[in-house]
Design a protein around this ligand. Structure first.
Ligand SMILES: [Zn+2]
Length: 169
C-alpha cells in the first residue's frame, strides 16, 4: 500500500512520505513496521522450509509464516500460517526472537517461534504461497534462504535452544 500523501488532519499535501510532520498544521504522520510471525518447525534434527512462490524472494527457501491479523497474537499467527501454507498442523514449542527485515516498501518485525508437528499433513501446500516444501537437516540447509542473512541466524538460535525445548515435551 503506498504511503499517505496528504495530511489526515487538515488535508494539506505532506512535504515528504511519512515519517513527517504536516507543514500546515504540525500533525505528526508515522510509518510503522508490520508485525509478522514465522515458525521454525522442527522434527528431530530436521527443519521444515517452504520455497516461496512469489516475490519478494521468489524461489528462495523460508520458514512458513506471515502477517499478524488484527488482534491476533503472533504465536497464533505462526500456527495458523503453517497450517494454511503447508497443510501441517503444528504447536509452538518455544520463542526464538524478533528479527527486523525490509519487505517490498515496508519494514516487517518478525517474531520467530519453534514449533512441532501434531501429525501428518492435513492438506496440500497452498500453491499461491509455496511452490515446494521439504525437510532439511539443520546442518545441511539450502544456500538460498529468505530473508537473506536472517533465516540462517534464526535457525542457528533455534537449533542451539533445541535441548531445552526437547526437555519441555
Ligand atoms: Zn495538516
Amino acid at each position: 500500500m503506498p504511503a499517505a500523501r496528504f495530511c489526515t488532519a487538515c488535508g494539506a499535501p505532506l512535504p515528504s512520505p511519512p515519517p513527517v510532520a504536516c507543514a500546515a498544521c504540525g500533525t505528526s504522520h508515522w510509518r510503522n513496521p508490520k508485525p509478522c510471525a514465522n515458525a521454525i518447525v522442527l522434527d528431530g534434527d530436521t527443519v521444515l522450509l517452504t520455497r516461496r512462490a512469489h516475490e519478494p524472494w521468489a524461489g528462495m527457501w523460508c520458514a512458513p509464516g506471515g502477517f499478524c491479523e488484527h488482534g491476533e497474537h503472533p504465536l497464533e499467527t505462526a500456527e495458523r500460517e503453517v497450517l494454511e501454507e503447508t497443510g501441517l498442523r503444528v504447536s509452538v514449542t518455544g520463542y526464538v526472537g524478533v528479527w527486523v527485515d525490509g519487505y517490498e516498501d515496508d519494514v516487517i518485525n518478525v517474531a520467530y517461534y519453534t514449533a512441532a508437528p501434531l501429525g501428518p499433513p492435513e492438506a496440500d501446500p497452498d500453491p499461491a504461497e509455496v511452490s515446494e516444501l521439504d525437510w532439511f537437516r539443520l546442518d545441511e540447509l539450502p544456500s538460498e534462504l529468505a530473508p537473506p542473512g536472517t533465516l540462517a541466524a534464526v535457525v542457528a538460535v533455534a537449533r542451539d535452544a533445541g535441548p531445552v525445548l526437547d526437555r519441555r515435551r
